[in-house]
Design a protein around this ligand. Structure first.
Ligand SMILES: [Zn+2]
Length: 126
């Protein structure tokens, strides 16, 4: 079981994970990573990572896996448009069981979900 953040870029999962034991605890839950920091520090080495960097950090669907320490329960927070196929990929990458609770979190909105979205990032590839 792993904890962390992820993005789904045209079907490809880009994630930053740690094992639960290595994670920082915040009150009653453990988590790892920050979406913006990860995006800003990433040096792309694949096509998906290049596409990811060609837009603002919140352009692609994203989410987070946290561990609820009191309940000993993993929670998977996702953007509304992450589909069943992407969920399977996420569960495999984070070594989660099929019965992991999935929540749709308004914090995680991509350019399609967020009507206020502005891609305020200069595209270098165009
Ligand atoms: Zn979305």
């Amino acid at each position: 079981m792993r904890i962390g953040i992820f993005f789904v870029v045209d079907g490809v999962l880009i994630s930053d994970t740690l094992s639960v034991e290595q994670c920082q605890q915040y009150g009653d839950h453990a988590e790892h990573g920050a979406h913006y920091d990860y995006w800003s520090k990433l040096k792309p080495s694949t096509a998906a990572e290049s596409a990811f960097k060609a837009h603002a950090y919140d352009y692609y669907p994203r989410g987070r896996v946290v561990f609820d320490i009191n309940r000993h329960q993993v929670k998977l927070y996702v953007d509304r448009c992450i589909d069943a196929e992407a969920l399977v990929t996420i569960q495999a990458a984070f070594e989660l069981t099929n019965n992991t609770r999935v929540s749709y979190d308004e914090h995680y909105q991509c350019h399609r979900c967020n009507q206020m979205f502005v891609d305020d990032f200069d595209e270098i590839d165009e």
